[in-house]
Design a protein around this ligand. Structure first.
Ligand SMILES: [Zn+2]
Length: 158
């Protein structure tokens, strides 16, 4: 059933965003050989900003917490269950009239892209080193909040 928050909205910065109640994503991170790695999805070409790598997530439903929304989205998009992850800090990217909240999480078990059940919104998923993210096509929302997320990830790694 479609929630009443479905629909496009324009934030104060003039972007077009899907989801009138804002959106949330789950940024899974782990310690890699060369610093932190994050699990990103490669967005299907037909989707908004298709062909870029982004945080799995999506529009929040009415009255839904960012944690519940982020977990629901990774369940839909990657086939992960809430038991697969341990939630951490949140980072809010407030555009005015619309906000994207990134919920950090660590895997509670080993999670490899080959274990995931991707839905039609992604054409792939991969653990990418945070230090190499400037070499791939990033979703603009992730690119814009990367500096903030990077310091959170460093804190989480201590
Ligand atoms: Zn915006």
């Amino acid at each position: 059933m479609l929630a009443s928050t479905d629909g496009w909205t324009t934030c104060s910065l003039g972007h077009k965003h899907w989801g009138r109640a804002g959106a949330a994503g789950l940024l899974l991170h782990r310690d890699g050989v060369n610093g932190p790695e994050v699990l990103l999805q490669h967005r299907a070409e037909w989707s908004h900003h298709g062909g870029t790598w982004g945080t799995p997530g999506g529009a929040l439903h009415e009255g839904e917490s960012v944690q519940v929304g982020a977990l629901r989205e990774v369940q839909e998009e990657l086939g992960l269950s809430p038991d697969d992850v341990v939630l951490g800090a949140v980072s809010v990217d407030d555009h005015g009239g619309w906000a994207y909240t990134t919920v950090l999480a660590r895997p509670a078990r080993s999670i490899e892209p080959s274990d995931l059940r991707l839905d039609g919104e992604s054409t792939g998923a991969a653990w990418l080193p945070v230090d190499g993210l400037d070499t791939v096509a990033l979703h603009p929302g992730l690119a814009a909040s990367l500096h903030r997320l990077r310091s959170l990830l460093e804190d989480a790694g201590r």
